[in-house]
Design a protein around this ligand. Structure first.
Ligand code: SAM
Length: 288
């Protein structure tokens, strides 16, 4: 426990998929003026340097955000990708992307005055960095930070007072039990707030629990008569390598616009980020 630091993975292909989906969800939910409560159950440090520290060890951004930004300079991209790149550029004064905003910073910048953001982080070092980073933002008064186990606390926050809510669940899955905790947390959250929008990120690994996650989420969504969308992005097929080659998002109560946006964006992401002929995507949905 606590060996995971998101800085090693900042700006990777997995962050791109996750944040592309996240931004679309917020944009859609903000089409109505009612206050929105956003819960980021696994926040990380908030924002990451790509030019020093952990990110320079793994260099995942080289094959992720750097590759996508270069591709977008020379090729047309979807409005969803253009919007995502704009959100990343907000933190970068220069043309080069030297800083990558994590979900807390992306969400903070999207907040309207009526919205609230709740961030959870358990890592003793990450929580201090997160508090410091968020403290610098003009939106900090709209943001609550909890050094608590979000799997245990999520149900207590549901439903949000405004009854309009988005929950991003982005565990590190460092602890194999996270798969089980996720299922329990989703059961409890849907029981209390069935109409919320829930976006779950997961790594595509050979591990049994990871392969079974989408089916388990489908069963939970079906039990609560909820619609869902399932997306995966694979950038290479090199099973012997230790790096992550694919990841997915499972969205419960997705906006009707998400599938169309992803159908436009995914072939472009495969072209921009694909490293061999194993690159591809999955996009499925079900309307309850
Ligand atoms: N969501 C972030 C982003 O997109 O920029 C990345 C988060 S990272 C994948 C997962 C984080 O969750 C780690 O910093 C880890 O310390 C934290 N964490 C792990 N278990 C947790 C729990 N039960 N409750 C809250 N945070 C937890």
């Amino acid at each position: 426990m606590f060996s995971y630091r998101h800085a090693f993975h900042a700006g990777s292909h997995a962050d791109i998929l996750k944040h592309l989906v996240l931004i679309h969800l917020v944009d859609y939910l903000q089409e109505k003026p009612g206050a929105l409560t956003i819960v980021d159950t696994h926040a990380g440090a908030g924002i990451y340097s790509l030019v020093d520290g952990f990110a320079t060890v793994s260099k995942e951004a080289d094959q992720g955000i750097d590759r996508l930004a270069t591709f977008a300079k020379n090729n047309p991209v979807s409005s969803g990708i253009a919007n995502y790149l704009d959100c990343i550029r907000v933190e970068n004064a220069e043309d080069d992307i030297t800083v990558y905003p994590g979900s807390p910073f992306i969400l903070a910048h999207l907040l309207r005055t009526q919205d609230r953001l709740k961030l959870f982080e358990l890592h003793p070092k990450e929580i201090d960095i997160l508090r410091h980073n968020i403290g610098e933002l003009r939106q900090s008064k709209q943001i609550d930070i909890y050094a608590e186990d979000s799997f245990a606390r999520l149900k207590g926050l549901m439903p949000p007072p405004s009854r309009r809510g988005l929950v991003l669940i982005d565990p590190s899955y460092e602890d194999k039990q996270d798969y089980r905790y996720l299922e329990t947390a989703m059961e409890e959250a849907l029981h209390r707030f069935a109409t919320g929008c829930y976006a779950i990120w997961y790594p595509c690994l050979s591990r049994r629990e990871s392969a079974a996650l989408p089916d388990h989420m489908k069963k939970i969504a079906a039990a609560h008569k909820r619609s869902w969308l399932h997306v995966e992005l694979r950038v290479e097929n090199a099973p012997k390598e230790r790096r992550l080659q694919a990841s997915g998002m499972f969205v419960i109560n997705p906006p009707w616009t998400l599938e169309k946006q992803l159908a436009e964006s995914l072939p472009i992401l495969v072209k921009a980020l694909g490293q061999d002929s194993g690159a591809g995507f999955v996009l499925k949905s079900f309307e309850a």
